[in-house]
Design a protein around this ligand. Structure first.
Ligand code: IVH
Length: 692
């Protein structure tokens, strides 16, 4: 294909992909299969790789992310990004309406919209192409997060409608749908990382990520609620929203024109009821004057428009009866009390269980059986018990005592002096704690057996098929096939079906097989020795070279290693002195796992970077620069000091030199993160072939 033909095909593919994208993500009406869609996208990416000059910054290929932004450039907003005056009281809304009436006379119209609970964004288009997306910041200047925003598939990158203004800006709210939020927190839980408290925090956190390919995986979405510019299609808000909807933006469908404040109240009431059924969070309703001239007439205070206000819903509360308290044991052995309630409707959903946080909080509430309790569902998905109505307590009611032994394994619970949390000390035989260890072992950064994730390990533990990580390597096809269970989250009551079909079982067995090649340093990390993170596991593996040498090391031998402190040394010697751990290691050895450092030049992984030249710049989170260099060289890559046309990748950390970045950008050298480099080493898919 010559350049002219390629240009034509790139244009065709761009239009097709944009159209399918709009149908899927904005209209929720998919027209082609995911497979066919991926084929089109791959064809486009291949053509753009072959002819980089054809790749526009608004190409749909940008949606998969990959760009690293160390520090988001700060941009001054063309139109300040104001916030809204808000109220929780209907009386204040009536007051607002009186002020409007006084200023405008009798004839005006409101537009009611939902107040989406996420992060505000301003997106500018020039000649139909997205040029920049900026966060609110302080309202005057915000961060340019364009690369991250491009990963949101409901936001058009290019608009091809006749009559659109040459330059305009849309304003909207980036949010994380409940489904994406649940998935993200589940993944975080499996990796034993801190969870996001609510979808708003998750959306805000995601937009700040430096690696846009990670943002792409978070599945954010965005509703557009306004347009600004010099030549807008209409002179009122409602018609402008309808126009931008036609241009391809995702505008929420239930926008209502209201002739008076009573109609506004009807809208508020309607969504107060419907709120719990929406697949995303809202925290209220926004009421805006429709006509632009009337908006101008009302004007602004120093912070807010006088032509709009938000009515915020209260965190919904309901009263119900406390039937019992049950206890959940977490991966670390921490015990969480959960209230079992007489079912009650809160924010539109039926609540049967609510969190009581921990023993300290439960003691504070001083709960008795059949107490009348208050349950609240705010921005967080999980409802909480917030208080007790003492006048309603039944005479002679029995106080609920925190349990003294683990509900999972019966071991006596322990609590450190002054702490509010009880722990189960049975780290080796208590099922949820076993699960924690196994999930760490199979995680991507450790043994990378992710086909066993998402509730499957739980099922295996409950069926007594595994108790230790070494049991994984004894699993056989016949034991796994057909296993099935519906797992219900005790708090959210969300159901998830976990099943072992033919393909899943084969994937698991293959992944287990492949994990026999995982290098020693990762195996060491996977063992889950307390305080031993990835970086130190690597350092210890390189220092001692084998598990036998490490197991034989004394406390002094260990603390002699750079950055190994007393706490870590104690933890390591403690781990290896436990006979059950020694036995587990012996069994893992028998299973064929790597317990020695392999010298370079052998094995498949050693050549995973062959033929590629790298330049390293900046400071990294998990490795020193020397370690990054050694890693690249160990895996067949070359390291050079400066970026040139012969550089294949620039590996960037914190504080990367601006000159190197500029040079790399001008030469189209991909800038990759430490994570991406590791993924390449692990042989995961990457979009560059050095032989091309
Ligand atoms: S209009 C000048 N409409 O609420 C008026 N804002 O304090 C500008 N928000 O973070 C805002 N949904 O991003 C408007 N339908 C909606 C909205 C909305 C959510 C957010 C906005 C900002 C905050 C305003």
């Amino acid at each position: 294909m010559n350049l002219t033909e390629a240009r034509k095909r790139v244009r065709e593919l761009t239009e097709l992909i944009n159209e399918y994208n709009h149908q899927y993500y904005v209209l929720a009406q998919p027209r082609i299969s995911d497979y066919d869609f991926d084929m089109l996208l791959q064809e486009l990416i291949a053509l753009e790789t072959l002819h980089p000059e054809l790749q526009k910054s608004s190409s749909p290929s940008q949606r998969v992310g990959g760009q690293i932004t160390r520090k988001f450039p700060v941009v001054v907003h063309k139109y300040p990004m104001l916030s809204l005056g808000n109220t929780y009281s209907r009386e204040e809304l009536v007051e607002f309406d009186k002020r409007v009436k006084k200023s405008l006379g009798e004839t005006y119209e409101y537009v009611c919209e939902l107040k989406f609970d996420g992060v505000a964004i301003g997106i500018t288009y020039e000649n139909g192409e997205m040029v920049r997306a900026v966060t609110r910041g302080d309202g005057i200047r915000g961060d340019d997060v364009s690369a991250n925003i491009k990963t949101i598939r409901s936001i058009p990158l290019q608009i091809q409608q006749a009559g659109i203004p040459k330059v305009f800006e849309v304003r909207g709210e980036v949010f994380m749908p409940h489904q994406s939020f649940m998935k993200l927190n589940l993944e975080k839980q499996q990796k034993q990382e801190a969870l996001f408290a609510n979808p708003r925090n998750a959306a805000a956190g995601s937009l700040k990520l430096q690696d846009s390919s990670m943002v792409a995986r978070r599945h954010l979405d965005c509703f557009i609620y306004g347009i600004l510019g010099d030549s807008l299609p209409h002179s009122n808000h409602y018609e402008n929203l309808q126009a931008i909807k036609k241009w391809g933006f995702k505008v929420y469908s239930h926008i209502r024109k209201c002739r008076n404040i009573q109609e506004v109240f009807q809208y508020i009431d309607l969504f107060e009821k419907k709120r719990g059924e929406l697949p995303f969070d809202i925290d209220g309703v926004v009421i805006k004057i429709n006509d632009h001239d009337q908006q101008d007439q009302l004007g602004y205070t120093s912070k807010f428009p006088r032509w709009a206000i938000s009515y915020k819903y209260k965190a919904e509360q309901a009263g119900t009866i406390l039937l019992d308290v049950v206890y959940q044991v977490g991966r670390t052995g921490a015990v969480t009390p959960v209230a079992v309630l007489q079912p009650v409707l809160v924010a539109g959903s039926r609540v049967k269980r609510a969190s009581l946080y921990n023993a300290g909080k439960m003691e504070e509430l001083d709960l008795h059986y059949r107490d009348h309790v208050f349950v609240e569902k705010g921005g967080d998905i999980i409802p909480k018990v917030t208080g007790v109505s003492l006048p309603d307590r039944l005479p002679g009611a029995e106080k609920i005592q925190f349990i003294t032994s683990c509900p999972e394994c019966g071991t006596a619970l322990e609590k450190k002096e002054g702490e509010a949390i009880f722990y189960c000390p049975n780290t080796t035989h208590c099922p949820p704690q076993i699960q924690g260890k196994i999930e760490h072992f199979i995680s991507r950064r450790a043994m990378n057996i992710e086909s066993l994730g998402q509730g499957k390990t739980e099922l295996l533990i409950r069926n007594k098929l595994i108790e230790k990580v070494s049991d994984l390597y004894d699993l056989e096809y016949d034991q796994l096939i057909g296993l099935e269970k519906v797992i219900v989250d005790p708090l959210t009551q969300q159901e998830r079906k976990v099943s072992f079909g033919e393909k899943t079982v084969q994937n698991i067995l293959d992944a287990l097989d492949r994990s026999r090649e995982i290098p020693f340093e990762k195996v060491l990390f996977a063992l889950g020795i307390r305080h031993l993170g990835e970086t130190m596991a690597k350092r210890l593996a390189r220092h001692f070279k084998s598990i036998d040498a490490l197991m034989a090391a004394s406390f002094e031998d260990l603390t002699a290693v750079d950055e190994v402190g007393d706490k870590m040394a104690e933890s390591i010697t403690g781990f290896f002195s436990d006979p059950s751990n020694r036995e587990m290691i012996a069994r893992l050895k028998e299973a064929g796992l790597q317990f020695e450092v392999k010298e370079t030049g052998t094995g498949r992984k050693a050549s995973s970077l062959k033929g590629s030249t790298f330049v390293i710049s900046g400071v990294f989170q998990r490795h020193s620069r020397d370690e990054i260099k050694a890693l690249i060289e160990e895996h067949g890559g070359k390291v050079s000091g400066s970026v040139s046309s012969r550089t294949h990748f620039l590996v960037s950390g914190e504080n990367m030199g601006p000159e190197k970045r500029k040079k790399a950008e001008s030469l189209d050298v991909p800038i990759i993160s430490e994570d991406k480099l590791e993924a390449m080493i692990a042989g995961e898919a990457w979009d560059h072939n050095p032989n091309e």
